[in-house]
Write a protein that binds this ligand. Structure first.
Ligand code: F6R
Length: 590
């Protein structure tokens, strides 16, 4: 949530150009407003605006070439979507300029204290306390660096903050609870919420930890502790993602690009180091109590995997929404294993759940896409999804990668690893034909149902979590209300909403066909329009989408036509599929 990019160079590149480009690539983290602050000739000039930055050109910023610039794209928390609340925020004199991602829980207290000192606030944000407090401490004699460190130490909550000062030729950054990565170029440095923001300039990164502060000056960069100001030496890693992966290429939208990429990402997900898979299986075997935890789509992958662990490995696992995990604290001990599932590895609710588990000595295994993410670094065992950057706000390829890894682990636990691998490879090989065959059908469905107010999805057993995930995809990108149900549940109430021409997607598999078809008939006899996804046709289906049968790996395949349908509904309804309203990739607030 909220994207930060900051640059300090040697004057060769225009910092504003680097920051503007970086902001465009970070827009998936928030797009309520954006802003840039540029330092030149001991002055800072700020530009901000509401809405998306997408089509803004460098010339429109009206900023002179500079060597230091900071930028922000906002997902509003404190303060409405208004130009005055857009970042960067400045001290009253305009000398200090700050961008922030996260939430400052004690901002009211700090604001009251600063107001008593006569400082006037001009925004409704929590962030504004930071530049004012820095300036306040500097007036009391602190250096910029020390005032920044002390200010951040006084904050409660989560933050990634970057600051510049008109009179000081340094770039400062720090994090506690929100992501911030340091990019290291030949003669320049970057601070960003996410690697794609600077990937075209450098692949060398240092992942910052909580309570880390970075000082970037002419003598390079140093990492010091916010707590005591002591310097520490950090490893420099090379990112394996390449810059083309973070671009749209021939596609109109990242959403279709990422749906299409499932032709390779499913395979990449299961191409794991065999020692790592053995380690995961051993941890699952040794555990006394396993919790699968995630949010949103990642949670649906956990629900789906719980069925696979039951069917394939005959193992019971608990599945808990990360934001509800605290309620399970009583049942955790050193023998418990948590499997934390996340695309970004930065989701605040999930990190909070992991911290709760760690306090109880629980072992943490994570399945994560973003290398170097907080989740990866705080886990005992980390399995990377190898899906490449997922830029569209909706999770598509990361979901099927998560499912593939979890399915493989279920087979591994049952001592049938090779069988699992072969099955998942079969799905991977069929993705191209699933997309090709289903696209014209879902595009016609989108045209027909683009004005519907409700859609329902039903599935039993393994297909039930796919119904939940399918509903999430449809509603978040097309804004049509959609709900997923276990096939047997609709008649316990929601069937009241079925009337003439209400579209209902029926997810049918070899093992559930008889019962789910009966449920489909109950709906059809009340006027519902049945869209059947199955390996064989059925007279109850008004529209049929054929997906081959993959047994325990069915969920990996059957979500793909629904991802595509969601995309086409969004396009037909004039919605932006990559940046749906109110959403942000990487939800870093609780
Ligand atoms: C839905 C979606 C969200 C995320 C959720 C968790 O398309 O993207 O529901 O799945 O916010 O995010 P991660 O997986 O990054 O922890």
């Amino acid at each position: 949530m909220c994207g930060i990019i900051a640059y300090r160079g040697d004057g060769e590149k225009d910092a504003n150009e680097v920051v503007l480009k970086g902001l465009k690539s970070l827009e998936y983290r928030g797009y309520d407003s954006w802003g840039v602050a540029s330092r030149k000739d001991q002055k800072i000039k700020q530009i901000k605006n509401i809405g998306k930055i997408g089509h803004i050109e460098l010339e429109q910023l009206g900023l002179a070439k500079s060597k230091t610039s900071i930028g922000h794209t906002r997902w509003a928390t404190h303060g409405s979507v208004h130009k005055r609340n857009a970042h960067p925020h400045a001290s009253s004199c305009g000398s200090v300029s700050v961008v922030h991602n996260g939430i400052i829980e004690n901002f009211q207290e700090l604001r009251a204290m600063l107001s008593e000192e006569g400082i006037e606030f001009s925004t409704d944000t929590d962030t504004e306390v930071i530049p004012h407090n820095i300036m306040h401490l500097m007036k009391g004699g602190d250096s910029f660096e020390e005032a920044f460190r002390k200010t951040l130490l006084s904050l409660r909550g989560s933050f990634a903050v970057v600051a510049i000062h008109s009179d000081h030729d340094v770039l400062l950054g720090a994090r506690n609870g929100s992501p911030l990565v340091l990019g290291i170029g030949d003669n320049d440095h970057f601070l960003a919420s996410d690697v794609p923001a600077f990937l075209e300039h450098t692949s060398k990164v240092t992942y910052l930890d909580d309570d880390d502060m970075v000082v970037i000056s002419d003598s390079g960069h140093k990492v010091i502790s916010l707590l005591d100001g002591k310097e520490s030496i950090r490893d420099i890693h090379t990112v394996t993602w390449d810059v083309e992966q973070a671009k749209k290429g021939k596609y109109d939208h990242f959403m279709t690009k990422e749906i299409d990429e499932q032709k390779t990402t499913i395979k990449n997900a299961i191409e794991q180091d065999s020692e790592l898979i053995d380690k995961c299986i051993e941890a699952l075997n040794d555990a006394n109590g396993v919790f699968f935890v995630g949010c949103g789509t990642s949670y649906h992958a956990c629900v789906s995997a719980s069925y696979q662990f039951s069917h394939i490995a005959k193992e019971h696992v608990n599945v808990v929404l990360a934001s509800e995990f605290r309620n399970y604290e009583e049942f955790l001990n050193e023998k418990t294993l948590m499997v934390a599932v996340s695309q970004s590895g930065e989701t605040a609710d999930l990190l909070d759940a992991v911290k709760t588990a760690k306090r109880k000595g629980v072992k943490i295994m994570c399945i994560v896409n973003v290398m170097g993410s907080t989740l990866m670094r705080i886990s005992d065992i980390a399995v990377l999804m190898n899906a490449g950057p997922e830029i569209c706000v909706l999770s598509t390829k990361s979901y099927t990668s998560q499912l593939s890894i979890l399915t493989l682990l279920a087979y591994g636990l049952a001592d049938r690893l090779d069988e699992g691998r072969r099955l998942i490879m079969k799905v991977s090989d069929s993705v191209g034909s699933i997309i090709k065959k289903s696209e014209p059908i879902v595009s016609a469905l989108a045209e027909r149902f683009k004005t519907s107010s409700n859609m329902f999805l039903i599935g039993r057993d393994l297909a039930y979590p796919s119904a939940l995930e399918g509903a999430l995809k449809i509603k978040e990108v097309s804004y049509i209300h959609a709900e997923g149900f276990a096939g047997g549940e609709l008649k316990h109430g929601t069937i009241a909403l079925i009337e003439e021409n209400v579209p209902v997607i029926v997810l049918s598999t070899d093992s559930t066909r008889e019962l789910i078809v009966s449920n489909a008939m109950e709906i059809r006899s009340r006027g519902g329009y049945i869209i059947g996804i199955d390996s064989v046709p059925n007279p109850v289906f008004d529209t049929f989408i054929k997906i081959d049968s993959f047994g325990n790996a069915d969920p990996i395949a059957m979500i793909i036509p629904i991802q595509l349908l969601s995309y086409h509904l969004a396009i037909q309804r004039g919605c932006d599929p990559d940046k749906p309203r109110n959403l942000a990739k990487s939800v870093t607030v609780k």
